[in-house]
Design a protein around this ligand. Structure first.
Ligand code: IFM
Length: 468
């Protein structure tokens, strides 16, 4: 038995997102987000599910904070619903802001460090043109400043965006997420405007927040390997997907410039037309931390065959392709075990990813790394009292904690780990059909029951170590 001890002060937390857990969709002045609208369109979400009730966290927030305290978590990453704070893109709404203010107070009273994310995809539906409209980036900065003004005295960690790849390429080109468009050029346009929103949001946060607060962004990474490392076309396929999945976002944020090869790959989709003079400088604002969301890597090939398009299927609906400009690339199964999402389980990929980020990006710039999401959907089977003995999830988490520890042992400046997710919740196009929680939610009674994985996370957080 080996004990993998994490550095002193390492953070252990869980993560959630407003639309996925809050419910109370029309309460206290909240208006529609693009996800409310998308859910109403037939065929978009498995079983026709929506976020109207979700986990009812809006009403059960104190109970959920108690749950986290009982699990010994020392931080909590939550997101703020823009349409609660500025409904219909009109006046700011004190009741909406008050909910998050109470959440922050409740967390602090429980000894849990609040970690706010400003945008986890629930854009107010009233914003004209959504992320296709450059002005939305400026609206985001106004919203960021308002929230920072209200919570900045107590909340010290601020994330601008969660996974802009999803809210641009998957949403405007892949068609799988709201607003469900299937146009590659729109994906590129939305991607740039989201990055601009990040830069403008950073500026607004820095101008508003007191000293001692930290600002960053969370990106989702796909560690892409060529199916055959000897094949020139597979290596080219890997470069292309690494470009649009990772470097399109990472390079402007950390290095202040889009990567040249990706600019060339996307030229026909109008990237240079949407990037105004000075935009890259705005996007490349200094950040204090980079949030890393890691679920799996991928093997790709440039040779036509029957590949498995792992990221694009939901609800049997695959109208578009999020791999903008590189739609010809195929994803190949490596025969690894998979989660209930069909995602291959690849813990060593986390070590490699963190090492690469530290070496090529964050280390030289003195930016701290955090795993801001990692976890898995499994086919949970509750017993008569609602308990789930989810040993598959325990094994998944253990292996990924060990992989993260390995990165730390190799010198990576990794400072914390947030498990996705605290609760089973609304898994976007999959509705409630996929369960990621370490706590089970009974969607009939809304009762919460910690799973075996919750006890495991509690043990790891208490020891600040994982045993293998
Ligand atoms: O549920 C999502 C989350 O909203 C963003 N990252 C991936 C998770 C699992 O798909």
């Amino acid at each position: 038995m080996t004990l993998h001890q994490f550095p002193e002060g390492f953070l252990w937390g869980s993560a959630t997102a407003s639309f996925q857990i809050e419910g109370a969709a029309t309460e206290d002045g909240r208006s529609d987000s693009i996800w409310d609208v998308f859910c109403r369109q037939p065929g978009t979400i498995v079983n026709g599910d929506d976020g109207t009730i979700a986990c009812d966290h809006y009403h059960r927030m104190p109970e959920d904070v108690t749950l986290m305290r009982e699990l010994g978590l020392n931080t909590y990453r939550f997101s703020i619903a823009w349409p609660r704070v500025r409904p219909d893109d009109k006046e700011f709404n004190p009741k909406g802001i008050d909910f998050y203010s109470r959440l922050v107070d409740e967390l602090l009273a429980a000894g849990i460090r609040p970690w706010a994310t400003l945008y986890h995809w629930d854009l107010p539906a009233a914003i004209d043109g959504g992320w296709l409209n450059r002005d939305t980036a400026y609206r985001f900065a106004e919203y960021a400043a308002k929230v920072a003004e209200a919570l900045g005295d107590r909340c010290k960690d601020w994330t601008t965006l969660n996974e802009p790849w999803c809210s641009s390429f998957l949403s405007y080109a892949g068609g799988e997420h709201a607003p469900g468009h299937t146009d590659a050029a729109e994906g590129v346009r939305a991607g740039h405007h989201l990055l601009l929103a990040h830069g403008l949001g950073c500026q607004a946060l820095r101008a508003t927040l007191p000293a001692g607060t930290r600002v960053g962004i969370t990106l989702n990474f796909n560690l892409v390997d060529p199916a055959d490392p000897e094949s020139v076309s597979d290596r080219e396929a890997a470069r292309r997907i690494d470009g649009v999945a990772n470097r399109f976002f990472l390079d402007p944020v950390v290095l202040g410039t889009y990567p040249k090869d990706v600019v060339a790959d996307l030229e026909h989709l109008g990237l240079s037309e949407v990037v105004a003079d000075g935009d890259e400088k705005i996007i490349g604002q200094p950040i204090d931390f980079l949030g890393v969301n890691y679920y799996h890597g991928s093997a790709v090939t440039g040779t036509p065959q029957d590949g498995t398009a792992q990221q694009t299927e939901a609800n049997g609906r695959r109208a578009g392709n999020p791999n903008v400009g590189s739609e010809w690339v195929q994803f190949v199964s490596r025969g690894l075990p998979t989660t209930a999402m069909g995602w291959e389980i690849q813990p060593e990929g986390l070590t490699r990813l963190l090492e690469r980020l530290h070496r090529d990006y964050t280390g030289p710039a003195g930016i701290a790394l955090y795993v801001t999401e990692n976890g898995c959907a499994m086919d949970d089977v509750p017993n008569a009292s609602g308990f789930v003995d989810d040993q598959g999830r325990v094994a998944y988490l253990r292996d990924h904690f060990i992989a993260a520890h390995e990165a730390v042992a190799r010198g990576v400046d990794l400072r914390g780990y947030f498990v996705w997710s605290l609760l089973d919740n609304f898994e976007w196009a999959w509705g409630y059909a996929k369960r990621f929680g370490i706590v089970r939610v009974d969607y009939d009674t809304l009762e919460r029951t910690p799973k075996a994985s919750a006890a495991f996370v509690k043990e790891v957080a208490a020891a600040n170590a994982v045993e293998a």
